[in-house]
Design a protein around this ligand. Structure first.
Ligand SMILES: NC(=O)C1=CN([C@@H]2O[C@H](COP(=O)(O)OP(=O)(O)OC[C@H]3O[C@@H](n4cnc5c(N)ncnc54)[C@H](O)[C@@H]3O)[C@@H](O)[C@H]2O)[C@@H](O)CC1
Ligand SMILES: Nc1ncnc2c1ncn2[C@@H]1O[C@H](COP(=O)(O)OP(=O)(O)O)[C@@H](O)[C@H]1O
Length: 295
């Protein structure tokens, strides 16, 4: 018998098939992405993730955020819904978990973390949802930082849905207890081992982003150094959540999301230069990236 640990990793080089939109499709067919993000001072992270989820094709998007920044986030983009959460000192507060649970019946995928903060309510909420949420969940930024503080305990209940983590090397270093330099010296190995051990899909960001579920691996070929600017990761989170909300399997969704995100970055750099590129430019060129792959 071949032990699980001994199974080879298959390298995938082709992009997954673009999700089909029927001629008579309606918004109920394309999922509802719920994005839990933002705190005072980081409303932008929630805005970028929310709008990216719309550009990713989700039928509906709700941005759940501390109530005092809800109007700011709603004013950025009228096409998503917003949900005001109970807060403490400008970040989500203890009552937020109940409010999120009430919103969950409509959601087909949840993202948590961009700009969320790491205070105790955020810790408890991220851990509770990570452990038991029955639908797919994308964990990014402070969502990852909170889980990193849990040590190696990333176990989930038997009914929990798929989990996708989107760390940059700094966040992955916190999750694994390694240094960033150690991670960067063997990105594929660390991402693969972590994904296999914890039964997750890992998206290890940076140049040549690694996507792996522990058994398959894809290395992204799009993107450029102009994307090393605040907020581009928040855009990826929203885009990926939209694809998962549309029922793409996690590995395929992650592969497609990083390709589209990087390609939008490449088009943005052609128009604005690498230094002139800002995260919201990616939102403007995601449509062009979609068209290049026949959407
Ligand atoms: N407009 C906004 O509201 C923004 C909010 N943000 C939020 O700010 C919070 C803090 O996130 P940050 O990522 O800034 O802070 P972190 O402290 O998590 O990460 C920054 C550090 O990680 C390391 N790192 C990151 N990428 C690396 C790479 N490719 N190679 C090597 N090392 C790398 C570097 O040491 C870097 O200084 C998060 O909640 C995030 O969502 C950011 O996304 C920026 C924009
Ligand atoms: N040099 C690079 N080449 C390709 N992609 C990059 C490069 N630098 C950054 N990126 C991409 O930009 C995004 C940055 O995300 P992240 O570090 O989480 O930023 P933030 O937290 O500010 O949103 C990731 O998707 C990453 O892959």
């Amino acid at each position: 018998m071949i032990m699980e640990q001994e199974q080879a990793v298959i390298c995938i080089t082709h992009l997954p098939i673009v999700p089909h939109r029927r001629d008579d499709g309606h918004k109920g067919d394309y999922g509802h992405a719920l994005i839990v993000a933002g705190q005072v001072g980081m409303s932008g992270a929630a805005c970028l993730a929310g709008k990216a989820a719309l550009r990713g094709g989700a039928g509906l998007v709700t941005v759940a955020t501390p109530i005092s920044i809800q109007p700011t986030i709603a004013a950025y983009e009228p096409s998503y819904l917003t949900l005001g959460l109970p807060e403490t000192h400008g970040a989500i507060g203890f009552g937020a978990l109940e409010a999120i649970h009430r919103a969950l019946h409509v959601a087909t995928a949840v993202a948590i973390g961009p700009g969320l903060g790491t205070a105790e309510p955020a810790r408890q909420i991220v851990r509770a949802l990570y452990r038991s949420l029955p639908i797919p969940m994308i964990i990014d930024a402070d969502g990852l930082n909170v889980l990193a503080a849990s040590g190696d305990d990333l176990t989930r209940d038997s009914g929990a849905g798929a989990r996708i983590m989107t760390p940059h090397p700094g966040e992955f270093a916190r999750l694994t207890g390694e240094t960033t330099a150690t991670i960067q010296a063997a990105r594929e190995k660390f991402a693969n081992e972590f994904a296999r051990r914890h039964g997750l899909t890992v998206v290890l960001k940076g140049k040549e982003t690694v996507v792996t579920d522990g058994y398959r691996m894809a290395i992204n070929t799009t993107g450029n150094s102009g994307m090393a600017t605040g907020g581009t990761g928040d855009v990826l989170t929203g885009l990926l959540t939209a694809l998962v909300a549309q029922k793409l399997p996690p590995f395929e969704a992650a592969q497609l999301a990083v390709w589209l995100h990087g390609r939008a970055g490449d088009i943005a750099a052609e128009k604005h230069s690498q230094p002139g590129l800002i995260a919201s430019d990616l939102l403007d060129y995601l449509g062009s990236a979609w068209l290049e792959i026949g959407a």
